[in-house]
Design a protein around this ligand. Structure first.
Ligand code: AMP
Ligand code: TRP
Length: 340
């Protein structure tokens, strides 16, 4: 028998109608490439999205729209498993077990929670938002995933997942959990806001700073042309002094496969305007087929739902086994399960 391929797990929240270029270059692009060598499981993590209290109809639409974009980007629902998190009940179940292993202070140190709760104000913060990283750890551990492709902003959450997996093993014996590793591709780990090159491109950022994958060509061209660049004129790679230009070069390089050195070389003596005009074309060309494919998937929601139902069935078959194994270590479940 061939040795099984190592497992990959990752997820994206359905919190917008369109993913943005940061999601694509930081995560989704890697997801697609990993399918050749790994056993991949990808999820639309709708339970995570509940932490921002979405309108139910909007959430329902965004779950489908996000799944359609995964498929349009090249996630293959036959080779990989594509599913919606809330369709597999073990995510919430394992979260509870992990909650009971996580220190209150430990969870309170998550910088994303601290940032978000500072923004929202104390009255609007829920226990769900606090618990978000533990649910993420459950997502990963539930499939014995070894590798988790994400952007830089998820590094600390991944570290918590590793800590919890190691804790399960030290408390309940080796083999209770697989300790996962983050896969963060350095060059595209953090794509920056076009208007504010010190901040990451984010769904909650100013619209002019974001390129959404579903944006039409005119919008894309406008956003790139009005991107904040830096003083001076020369196109050089200097993320510290010229973060705006460096961000454009990173995006350009990631979408074309040309190295940053090559680009800097080719643009010697040219102006920021040239770089922007060419990059706009590159992005428009890269995203056009993506938009078309997404629209096709969304035209047939019945078929999309069937794909997701099948994905959930396959995911649950794995999740059930792993959950029972972990729960038994805690002393839960039928007496017979403990022998497994
Ligand atoms: P989210 O939209 O928060 O669910 O993020 C989905 C994925 O995109 C995660 O792996 C993030 O780390 C990644 N991501 C989000 N924003 C960026 C960004 N600006 N640059 C690179 N990766 C990002
Ligand atoms: N928290 C991640 C984000 O906001 C999304 C996510 C949820 C995730 N569960 C996951 C990513 C499991 C990787 C693995 O980007």
């Amino acid at each position: 028998m061939p040795t099984p391929k190592p497992r990959v797990f990752s997820g994206i929240q359905p919190t917008a109608d369109s993913l943005h270029l940061g999601n694509y270059l930081g995560a989704l692009k890697q997801w697609v490439a990993l399918q050749d060598d790994y056993d991949c499981i990808y999820s639309v993590v709708d339970l995570h999205a509940l932490t921002v209290n979405p309108d139910p109809a909007v959430l329902r639409h965004r779950v489908r729209a996000t799944a359609a974009q995964f498929l349009a980007a090249g996630v293959d629902a036959e080779r990989s498993i594509l599913f919606v998190q809330s369709q597999v009940p073990q995510h919430a179940q394992l979260t509870w077990l992990l909650n009971c292993l996580t220190g209150f202070g430990e969870a309170g140190r998550m910088t994303q929670f601290k940032d978000k709760s500072a923004k929202l104000g104390e009255k609007s913060i829920t226990v769900g938002l606090f618990d978000y990283p533990i649910l993420m750890a459950a997502d990963i551990l539930l499939y014995d995933a070894r590798l988790v492709p994400v952007g830089e902003d998820q590094r600390q959450h991944l570290e918590l997942s590793r800590t919890l997996a190691a804790r399960l093993n030290s408390r309940y014996g080796e083999g209770a959990a697989v300790v996962p590793e983050a896969l963060i591709v350095k060059q595209t780990a953090k794509i920056y806001d076009l208007q504010e090159p010190g901040a990451k491109m984010s769904k909650t950022g100013h619209p002019a700073g974001i390129i959404e994958l579903m944006d039409d060509p005119k919008t894309i061209a406008k956003r790139i042309k009005s991107a904040v660049t830096d003083s001076g004129q020369e196109i050089t790679w200097d993320p510290r002094e010229k973060p705006g230009v460096a961000n454009l070069l990173s995006i350009y390089s990631a979408l074309t496969g040309r190295t940053v050195e090559q680009l800097v070389n080719d643009y010697q003596g040219k102006l920021y305007g040239h770089l922007k005009a060419d990059l706009a074309e590159v992005v428009i060309e890269a995203l056009a087929p993506f938009r078309e494919r997404t629209a096709l998937y969304l035209q047939d929601p019945g078929q999309l739902d069937r794909v997701l139902d099948q994905g959930a069935e396959r995911a649950e078959a794995i999740a059930r086994t792993v959950y029972q194994r972990v729960a038994a270590r805690f002393g839960l479940g039928q007496a017979g399960a403990a022998a497994g």
